[in-house]
Design a protein around this ligand. Structure first.
Ligand code: PEP
Ligand code: MG
Length: 900
């Protein structure tokens, strides 16, 4: 028969699935001999069965009763007793702590009889007893029966007002509280239509039921969706003997962290509130004291607490946060868990714990979150000394930014183009705002959550953002907003802090992060704990990982930047930009308009030296490391003016009766644009298809690459060249291209009198057909690089440019577990990659494989690449460290942290 209830002495910390986080840790601490009040836990399985059947599973209530009787014996008190009553708290506890769930009901077991017992046991402290009773009615009403909390709060305020102008809770005496309790019972009756249950066992059943039901409450469901927590876990319920922190100044309650959760520093940290119950701390009724003050108030309990903190940290081998209560000088531990911490603190703590010998380096590496690593390099507000935020929203994308307020995406773009720094302020953003968002220093929205369009785009682009700052009321007609009485107009300067969601008027000083300065070589910054931690753990990560990490870099600057961040080569050098710039576009257009082979060749001859210079710089920056150069991919019409604009220009000129060479040129351009126009350019004349239709184009690029490499080699360098053909679908495409291009390379080398040591030919695998025929393609390839942007586009049939319009809804409705353009879709796109890897390698044992789509910098995708045995991942330069860390975590098998 299923066991639904566990005494604290029966569980341990590894039973979180069954007992929830709180229950498992209470059990662990009980068995460690720490001062935990006795109690028991109803399991998540009981919750699940209850939710399925709409009733308690058979036998479960009997088990609760058995454990309750045992608890009564252990405490030598009985629930509802009029002389010495047992009181309990009922607390929810899922595997992961979850705001939005029913939380805690204290003082359960009180009724008109047991309140007398409570008074007797507290030396006739009737004030304490009635206060406990009114709190119980209030919490039970609000939490279990959904009575609006305000109704009770208003009644409490009334009671205080009757007492005096500035009366506090503590000014209410026993009679006042008794009266207030009676009022609370009325409120309960008014809102529930029933009497407050006086039978303690009925109170308990109702409370457990309410906890179970809260698993499916709206806010809990939303939270799970947002945080990708399964709906199938259920919550456990803990029933714990009450201890009281509100029994005078020798009592109190608090929260303690074994290390500072924001800086990681090793020192006790927390808050203490004398003469209070736990919910007073949360409700902020009085200001809490810093934990260290407890030493002055009650040095014995403080000493004991420090001892418990050290025991727990050594036991969990991690920073713990602890809830505790002191009742008349006796310390009780009510909860512990491995504590949450900032991205910054997790590095410092992990490295310090290695230093202290508490954990090994292998344990430290998975403790830092690869998904949050980029945050460490973002700019921060250096001082908020004289500034008060005018509003606070969600910290949607890390980093601080300052700039002039603009209200439309078009303005953001236009102002930015004329050199202004702007903050784009919108109620919410839509895909139509994208151009303005990427032009802004920061984004501020008054609506929307951490997964809103603004937040997702901002994080993706590395732009600081504060979202859902609902104090901000935008008034579009007057191009201004107000927030808490402050009016801010277009052109006024604001500063936003994407780390904590604060919004300030005016320009606050910003500074580079310590880590960024340290990486740049700043010796002072290198003395900071964060740099020492980062350096130590990353060095170890590099020893652990099996995947190499390259960067996607198109210019010498990007290449050097990537190398500084630890890139071990370039996995994708897109050559598109080498066709842009005034001089080059002119040559490209000549190539497109050429009527003869000769004219076309002249255009290539003009482009060749320019491209060669670009490659020289890149090969030098990556000397000794592989550089994968991809031949031109996008369709040619991208180098011509916009079809509609041009047609309008021509039509207007003609209607005005204009004539002449300029108009003829425009007409010719329009004819060509029309000729090249495609209904589906993404599936059109691009990639290798372009190479086949315009053979001189790829030949020119190969010459530029090989000549550049020969020059660098001639100067004593070590260029390692990999030439990559995009958008290949068939073996024959690649074979014919190599057949045409290899002789070009050979000829160049012999003309230069050089033989390159490393010259390879490969392809991108970015079409499903190439993936499933990988065995054939691999026969003519030295390497494959997965272009997972296009592979995702073509596997799903989702346009990569338009997915933004509906991907949030797809995620919301769980049609996809995550945006497949961010995290590799393992069953579909991932399977294609696995097939191509296995079959490609089987056909060509020398084949080496990597990935160069955006996924190469996404921690969860890096784990997948490790699993299928790729040789490297390639990602944007600013994600190189993220990929290095994720690859190490994958090698340790700790994908949980990487794919969180
Ligand atoms: C890809 O498709 O994944 C890729 C890297 O190429 P691009 O993004 O340039 O199409
Ligand atoms: Mg592509």
């Amino acid at each position: 028969m299923t066991k639904y209830v566990y005494d604290f002495s029966e569980g341990n910390k590894d039973m979180k699935d069954l007992l929830g986080g709180k229950g498992a840790n209470l059990a662990e601490m009980t068995n460690m001999g720490l001062p935990v009040p006795p109690g028991f836990t109803a399991t998540t399985e009981a919750c699940f069965a209850y939710l399925q059947e709409g009733d308690f599973p058979p036998g479960s209530l009997e088990e609760v009763e058995e454990h309750l009787v045992r608890l009564e014996k252990a405490m030598d008190k009985r629930l509802g007793d009029t002389d010495d009553p047992l009181l309990v708290s009922v607390r929810s506890g899922a595997k992961f702590s979850m705001p939005g769930m029913m939380d805690t009901v204290l003082n359960l077991g009180l009724n008109d009889g047991s309140v007398e017992g409570l008074a007797k046991q507290s030396d006739n402290d009737w004030r304490f007893a009635w206060d406990a009773y009114r709190r119980f009615v209030q919490m039970f009403g609000k939490i279990v029966m959904d009575v609006p909390g305000d109704a009770f709060e208003d009644a409490l305020d009334d009671a205080k007002h009757r007492k005096g102008e500035n009366a506090q809770d503590t000014d209410l005496d026993a009679d006042d509280l008794k009266e207030l309790h009676a009022r609370f019972l009325e409120i309960y009756r008014e809102h529930t239509g029933s009497e407050f249950p006086k039978d303690p066992r009925e109170q308990m059943t109702l409370a457990i039921e309410a906890v179970f039901k809260s698993w499916n409450g709206r806010r809990a469901i939303d939270y799970r969706r947002q945080n990708k927590i399964s709906d199938n876990l259920g919550t456990a319920v803990n029933v714990v003997a009450m201890v009281f922190g509100n029994r005078g100044m020798d009592s109190g309650t608090g929260v303690a962290f074994t290390r500072d959760p924001s800086t990681g520093e090793k020192r006790p940290y927390g808050d203490y509130l004398p003469d209070a119950q736990g919910e007073d701390v949360v409700a902020g009724i009085r200001n809490t004291l810093p934990l260290a003050e407890l030493e002055k108030i009650d040095s014995k309990s403080y000493g004991e607490l420090l001892q418990v903190m050290s025991t727990l940290e050594n036991h969990y081998r991690d920073m713990c946060d602890i809830e505790f209560t002191i009742e008349k000088g006796k310390l009780w531990i009510l909860q512990t868990r491995v504590g949450k911490r900032t991205a910054f603190a997790e590095w410092v703590m992990a490295a310090d714990m290695v230093e202290e010998g508490l954990i090994s380096l292998d344990e430290a590496v998975p403790r830092v979150d690869a998904n949050r690593l980029e945050e460490l390099f973002k700019r921060v507000v250096s001082s908020t000394a004289d500034a008060k935020p005018i509003a606070t929203g969600l910290n949607a994308s890390p980093g601080a930014a300052t700039g002039k307020v603009v209200f439309t995406a078009d303005d953001a773009k236009e102002w930015a183009e004329r050199g202004e720094k702007v903050i784009l302020v919108r109620r919410e953003t839509t895909p139509d705002d994208y151009h303005g968002m990427i032009a802004a220093q920061g984004i501020l929205t008054s609506a929307g959550g951490t997964n809103s369009h603004a937040a997702v785009v901002a994080r993706g682009e590395g732009i600081p953002a504060v979202c859902g700052a609902d104090a901000i009321k935008i008034d579009s007609p007057s191009r201004s907003f107000t927030a808490n009485g402050v009016r801010v107009g277009e052109d006024d300067v604001v500063t936003i802090d994407g780390f904590n969601g604060a919004v300030y008027v005016g320009e606050l000083p910003l500074e580079e992060s310590k880590l960024e300065r340290a990486r740049g070589g700043d010796q002072e910054a290198r003395k900071e704990p964060i740099w020492r931690a980062f350096d130590r753990l990353m060095r170890h990560a590099d020893e652990l990982r099996m995947l190499k990490v390259r960067a996607n870099a198109d210019t010498p600057d990007q290449a050097s930047n990537a190398r500084e961040r630890g890139a071990e080569g370039i996995g994708l050098c897109r050559t598109e930009h080498m066709f842009l710039g005034e001089e080059r576009v002119e040559a490209v257009r000549q190539m497109i308009f050429a009527d003869s082979g000769e004219q076309e060749q002249r255009a290539y001859d003009a482009l060749l030296p320019l491209q060669r210079e670009d490659f020289v710089g890149i090969f030098k920056a990556m000397d000794g490391l592989p550089v994968t150069v991809r031949l031109l991919d996008p369709p040619l019409h991208e180098f011509l003016p916009n079809q509609v604009d041009l047609a309008v220009e021509v039509a207007v000129a003609e209607s005005r009766g204009e004539a002449g060479a300029e108009l003829d040129r425009k007409k010719e351009e329009l004819r060509k644009v029309n000729e090249l126009h495609e209904a589906n350019p993404m599936l059109g004349l691009r990639g290798v298809r372009l190479g086949i239709v315009k053979p001189g184009l790829y030949a020119m690029q190969v010459r530029a690459i090989v000549e550049a490499a020969c020059r660098v080699k001639g100067e004593g360098g070590d260029p390692r060249v990999e030439i990559m053909i995009p958008l290949v679908a068939t073996r024959e495409e690649l074979r014919q291209m190599r057949e045409e291009l290899e002789p070009v390379a050979q000829k160049d080398m012999s003309e230069a009198g050089q033989e390159l040591d490393h010259l390879e030919w490969g392809t991108m695998v970015e079409l499903p057909r190439a993936a499933v025929t990988a065995a054939e393609v691999a026969e003519v390839a030295d390497f494959f690089s997965f272009g997972t942007n296009d592979l995702t586009q073509t596997a799903f049939g989702f346009s990569r440019d338009d997915i933004g319009k509906f991907v949030a809804m797809y995620e919301e409705r769980k049609l996809v577990p995550a945006n497949p353009f961010v995290t590799i879709d393992r069953p579909g796109v991932g399977r294609l990659m696995r097939i191509a890897t296995e079959e490609g390698r089987a056909a060509n044992e020398h084949l080496h494989l990597g990935i160069c789509g955006e996924h190469g910098g996404d921690p969860a995708s890096v784990v997948f690449c490790h699993e299928i045995g790729l040789d490297y991942v390639s990602c944007s330069p600013f994600r190189v460290e993220t990929a290095r860390l994720a690859a190490a975590q994958a090698a340790l098998g700790s994908s949980e942290s990487a794919s969180k």
